[in-house]
Ligand binder design. Structure first.
Ligand code: SAH
Ligand code: SF4
Length: 388
């Protein structure tokens, strides 16, 4: 029986050690190999000159190093670069490089599509296609890092931060996420600090608890609403894991987290979740859970509109007023700058086309058509206020 070759981009160091031992090689050879792949960006075993020829020949039979095919690269005037990867089966995913003063961030995808189906998210509207493998997740960083290093002509590391804010819900792809995180953090891999790797989640509570044990990194939680009625509507996963359960798990997570606070993301939707009384309700919420140990900051993200969402971005004035209410209550609040607008690289616009195998988009449409009373109940006064 022939063995299917394995993509080394997805093997954490311990798994690579096990593979090398199977091939009769010691641990330090695995470390050398790991460094060739991740630190030097080499995919051809023939170039790994300090490994024995016989070992390289065996490797060539059992393993390979490759990313998904890159179909597009878009560069923005502000330096943002977006890559589109063809992951097969008609699915595409995206990674975005965001250079900033003092740090260079890569935003990566964890799934083709997403099953959570948030109202304001283009990926959510496309439905879920499949989980990315660990190799497909790490491959985004591998490609971007070595592409940029070559372009800048140096051997220095370029990407200092990775955020899981591209397509997909990382905590619904936990099995492949954790090995990928370990490769990012490994000193022989990318050597990123835990504080500089951020997993963003819509609130998959059981997996937040597991991440705290398995691989605690910085955590961002997509809150988007101060109460369950509105959050049920915007982030359907809230019906399974409501705000109280979510915030309790955040408090637990903080005991293991590399930072002593977490970030709440809040997508600013005109007339839906951006009213002053909703900012005040958030302050109350943060105060109540603050007494139990919740430490957080807020990142307000102006909504990136897409056709058919039926939602509108909050005005700058309303965003400022909302941020001020939080800030006045002593909550550190930032407003996300929109980057790469000209190449559609901003949050929620990661538009790689995904086959909707679960027909989520269709179901959302049907639900809306069939249950008007549900949305009416979810957004009673708010819809009214949006009109006045
Ligand atoms: N699934 C994870 C991570 C990917 S989404 C999560 O939901 O957290 C990353 C961030 O982009 C989340 O905070 C999400 O709410 C936000 N986002 C999604 N669509 C958006 C849009 N159209 N405009 C602004 N932010 C959006
Ligand atoms: Fe999925 Fe995150 Fe989009 Fe919600 S916001 S649909 S969880 S990718």
């Amino acid at each position: 029986m022939s063995i299917v070759p394995v993509n080394l981009l997805g093997l954490e160091l311990d798994a690579l050690v096990a593979l090398c031992e199977e091939l009769g090689e010691k641990r330090f050879r695995a470390v050398q190999l790991f460094r060739w792949v991740h630190q030097r960006g080499v995919s051809d075993f023939g170039q790994m000159t300090d490994l024995a020829k016989s070992f390289r020949a065996k490797l060539a039979e059992r393993a390979y190093v490759a990313t998904a095919a890159i179909t597009h690269q878009h560069e923005s005037r502000d330096g943002t670069i977006k890559w589109l990867f063809d992951v097969g089966g008609g699915d595409a995913i995206e990674a975005v490089f965001i250079p900033e003063e003092g740090r260079n961030t890569l935003c990566v995808s964890s799934q083709a599509g997403c099953a959570v189906g948030c109202r304001f998210c283009f990926t959510g509207h496309q439905g879920f296609s499949r989980n990315l493998s660990s190799a497909e997740i790490v491959g985004q960083l591998w490609y971007a890092e070595h592409f940029l290093r070559k372009r800048l002509g140096g051997a220095e590391r370029v990407i200092s931060n990775v955020v899981f804010m591209g397509m997909g819900e990382p905590l619904q792809n936990y099995r492949n996420l954790v090995p990928a995180l370990r490769i990012l953090l490994d000193d022989h891999g990318y050597g990123l600090s835990r504080r500089r790797v951020t997993v963003s989640t819509s609130g998959v509570v059981p997996m937040i608890d597991r991440l705290a044990q398995d691989c605690p990194v910085a955590l961002a939680v997509s809150l988007h609403a101060p109460d369950d009625t509105l959050r049920d509507y915007l982030v359907p996963l809230n019906r399974k894991h409501p705000i109280d359960e979510l915030l309790r798990s955040c408090i637990q997570y903080l005991q293991y987290a590399p930072r002593d606070f977490l970030t709440f993301e809040y997508c600013m939707l005109d007339g839906v979740n951006d009213l002053p009384q909703q900012a005040r309700a958030l302050v109350e919420l943060v105060r109540a859970y603050g007494m139990q140990g919740l430490r957080c900051k807020f990142n307000l993200i102006p909504f990136n509109p897409f056709p058919g969402s039926g939602l509108i971005r909050s005005t700058d004035e309303n965003i400022r007023a909302f941020a001020q209410i939080l800030a006045d209550a002593g909550i550190v609040t930032t407003v996300r700058k929109t980057r790469g607008d000209d190449i559609e690289a901003a949050c929620g616009q990661l538009a790689g086309s995904v086959q909707d195998h679960t027909h989520v988009a269709e179901r959302v449409k049907q639900q809306r058509a069939m249950a008007p009373e549900r949305s009416a109940r979810a957004l009673p006064t708010i819809e009214h206020e949006a009109l006045t």
